[in-house]
Design a protein around this ligand. Sequence first.
Ligand SMILES: Cc1cc2nc3c(=O)[nH]c(=O)nc-3n(C[C@H](O)[C@H](O)[C@H](O)COP(=O)(O)OP(=O)(O)OC[C@H]3O[C@@H](n4cnc5c(N)ncnc54)[C@H](O)[C@@H]3O)c2cc1C
Length: 405
Amino acid sequence: MTAQRPILIAGGGPVGVITALALARQGLPVHVFEADSRVNDMPRAATTHAATLEMLAGLGMVDEVIERGYVEPLFRIWDRQSMRIMAEFDFGMLKNETPYPFAVQCEQHKLAGMAIERLKKFPHAKVEFSARVTSLTQSADGVAIEVESSEGTRKIAGSYLIGSDGGRSTVRKALGIEFEGYTHPERFMILTITEDLGLIYPGCTRNYVSDPESWFSMFKVSGDERGPLWRVLSSTQPEQTDEELMNHKATERRLQRFLPKDGAYDVVHRNLYNVHQRVAASFRKGRVFLAGDAAHVNNPLGGLGLNFGIHDAVELSDLLGRVIRREAPEDILNEYDLHRRPLNIEFVQEQTIANKKRMEEKDPAARQRDFEQLRRTAAVPASHRAHVRKASLIESVKKRAAVPV
Ligand SMILES: Cc1cc2nc3c(=O)[nH]c(=O)nc-3n(C[C@H](O)[C@H](O)[C@H](O)COP(=O)(O)OP(=O)(O)OC[C@H]3O[C@@H](n4cnc5c(N)ncnc54)[C@H](O)[C@@H]3O)c2cc1C
């Protein structure tokens, strides 16, 4: 099996290296090219949901994710004007459906690092840093890419190519595939702080605080040598510049407005992100596939983007393995685009768009209706369970499994 040409992977973010691990564990040769010199540790994804934890168990990663992350079965939705909890949801309702009835807050660079460590055990797997994929060609039986690195430009041949090179994907652009959807006019800011917000808001470490003027959310992550950290995510005005937003006084004012306290906050990271709702018009062209943010991007409310990207990784590596082992005809690769694209629209785009709308709703009557609906959903076990099945992506996995390949 390992004598064949490798499957090439452009982008060594969490989706690229987890795809590589899922392929390498099947004995398939893989070569990952990552443009950066190391794993990117900017604060992005942290929430790993039940459906994804089940997949990470299949890849031998889940115990370490749980050990290095922060387990949280609950999430709460607050009204900022009254600072009252409007609804509390409990993934524990899924205890008969999954061995992991909770979310784990484990930063995405840790996940990527864990996959890279495991890849080192496979002689047929290679992860190359400081290597940028710049172009690609394909024929009926293979692919070729150009890679720029300190050694100059090289041409590398492979059997298939997976573009997991993020939202600005070179692979997607080279294939001429539209990234359909829109970009929100405002940017989101993440402030990472050392203060333990759990002392002020005890009982739950995943909180969404709805407000027509300035919503925010606060999450605990397992952090680093400083100990656990909290992240405060909020929205900015489209016309605000980096300078206005990112200086020490502005971030302190922002935190005090949301979470007043004596003394200044200890802010360890300040980050601004553009926010999009986009899905590639196709996830496949011939022998080239898109996975993760290269295929779909969404706002982070709900913590779904990377989770779905890991589901792409697992489904794609399974399909490729079956075709390469000649257990199934090449046609089954069509299933990837056929199912994953509509699933992303139904479960990731729709939920994140609805979450954002609810957080920022300006019409007082609509806000009250939203809160009332959330309260009713949380109060009745059947609707509560249905809500958390969707939020944890268990529902999307069940829907996909109902159409076996
Ligand atoms: C503030 C914020 C919070 C988030 N929270 C969550 C969350 O809680 N849960 C969740 O599921 N998702 C969350 N997300 C989304 C999540 O961060 C992304 O979905 C995730 O990073 C996607 O992983 P990826 O590997 O597809 O892409 P990326 O992480 O973008 O990795 C792509 C990699 O490709 C490399 N690359 C780019 N071009 C090339 C090239 N030409 N050649 C070689 N390498 C290349 C890049 O250097 C990068 O390392 C959040 C996002 C943000 C911004």
